[in-house]
Design a protein around this ligand. Structure first.
Ligand SMILES: *Cc1c(COP(=O)(O)O)cnc(C)c1O
Length: 382
């Protein structure tokens, strides 16, 4: 079989859960399965059930988080601005513009690929309402420092934790602390619903706002649906969307959550360890730094290939049937987000260096060894 860069790991358990919803329950919308998935997520994340709001994608979670920040922060004279590292999935930027805010692209640290707070500090204006932090490659680097920074400047903190489900920062589970934490359960994330996501809120105003906004803004519709009823005459107080998670997707997510601790976490961490051991001394390769006090459940395996040798490595691997990825094209280079008017030296340097290697639980450790051997061989002659 052809080697894959990433993939969903689903099987009989998920198939049975979906057929239970289809054949026994017959209610495919947002109902009991969704409620139980939220409760189980809350338990896993070590928070209260009211704090977890499931949605149908990670992008929807980010969009609602940006809308909550915009609605609950004091109004600004100019267009509200949200600071965000340029090295992220385009979903982070699109969520900001979807909420009517302006993404302010920030540089990242070369050693980690995560937000450079010093650069963010330089870009604060009276219109800044929030900071979006991205746990790039599952790395919650300096998250405590980022939380302090947001507090000190009166900003809402939106965490794009799409890569970081299952991780811990200094002992605490990602999603168990912070402000507005967003997860994705799309097909290739640490757990999947097919498509899905959730927000974790730490104040009732935000939880109520996003809970209603995911159901077209109909006030209190979540509680109605979880009780098997509908809201026929409830008020609508703000802009809402059809962002709720269906019973079908929630049923898949519930099975995935069961498999995460015993299966996905050990498999992902072991494969990343093999990459680390094989590549840490490799000439022309640099690996991102992580904090030994953090526990990382790796979603993607990104390496830096130095000295202008990235293209040789990428093409050499592809020629041998080893797929590679790019996480990510820096967002400030997209025409919609300024087309590179801004200069972000570290992000632009990393763009020339980063290559994503295959990583998922179905990849064998032998595969990882072979990929590393292929990288070494290419670099010996490149
Ligand atoms: C996957 C991802 C998202 C978006 O999640 P979807 O569920 O695909 O909408 C956002 N940000 C990052 C960094 C991601 O990797």
């Amino acid at each position: 079989m052809k080697m894959r860069l990433s993939r969903s790991i689903v099987g009989q358990a998920e198939a049975k859960a979906v057929s239970r919803v289809l054949l026994e329950d017959g209610y495919l919308g947002m109902g009991n399965e969704t409620r139980m998935f939220e409760e189980e997520l809350a338990q896993f994340l070590e928070v209260e059930p009211w704090q977890v709001v499931s949605v149908n994608s990670g992008t929807a979670a980010l969009h609602l988080a940006c809308q909550a920040a915009r609605t609950l922060q004091a109004p600004t004279k100019g267009q509200p601005e949200i600071l965000v590292p340029a090295l992220t999935f385009v979903a982070s930027f699109q969520a900001i513009t979807a909420a009517g805010c302006k993404p302010i692209a920030c540089d990242v640290l070369l050693e980690t690929g995560t937000l450079d707070l010093e650069d963010a500090a330089k870009k604060l204006t009276p219109n800044t309402i929030a900071l979006m932090y991205v746990d790039y490659a599952s790395n919650p680097w300096n998250l405590d420092g980022v939380i302090d920074f947001a507090k000190a400047h009166g900003l809402r903190l939106i965490e794009d934790a799409a890569h970081a489900f299952g991780c811990r920062h200094h002992g605490r589970r990602i999603g168990s602390f912070g402000d507005l934490v967003c997860f994705s359960f799309d097909g290739i994330k640490n757990i999947t619903c097919g498509e899905g996501g959730c927000l974790v809120c730490f104040d009732h105003a935000s939880a109520d706002l996003v809970g209603d906004a995911r159901l077209l803004g109909v006030v209190g519709d979540t509680q109605k649906r979880f009780a098997g009823a509908r809201s026929w005459d409830a008020d609508v107080k703000g802009q809402g969307y059809r962002y709720h998670l269906s019973n079908i997707m929630a049923a898949i997510g519930r099975e995935q959550l069961k498999r995460l601790p015993s299966e996905f976490i050990p498999k992902r961490t072991l494969r990343a360890q093999v990459y680390g051991q094989r590549l840490c001394k490799q000439e022309h390769v640099a690996l991102f730094t992580t904090d030994p006090k953090d526990f990382i459940v790796p979603h993607i395996q990104v390496i830096r290939v130095l000295n202008g040798k990235k293209e040789a490595v990428r093409q050499g691997l592809e020629a041998q049937g080893i797929p590679t990825g790019l996480h990510y094209k820096p967002n400030h280079l997209h025409s919609f987000f300024g087309g590179g008017q801004e200069h972000l030296p570290h992000v632009e340097q990393l763009f020339q260096e980063i290559v994503t290697l295959p990583l998922h639980p179905a990849l064998s450790c032998q595969d990882v060894e072979e990929i590393c051997a292929a990288v070494s061989k290419i670099l010996a002659t490149a």
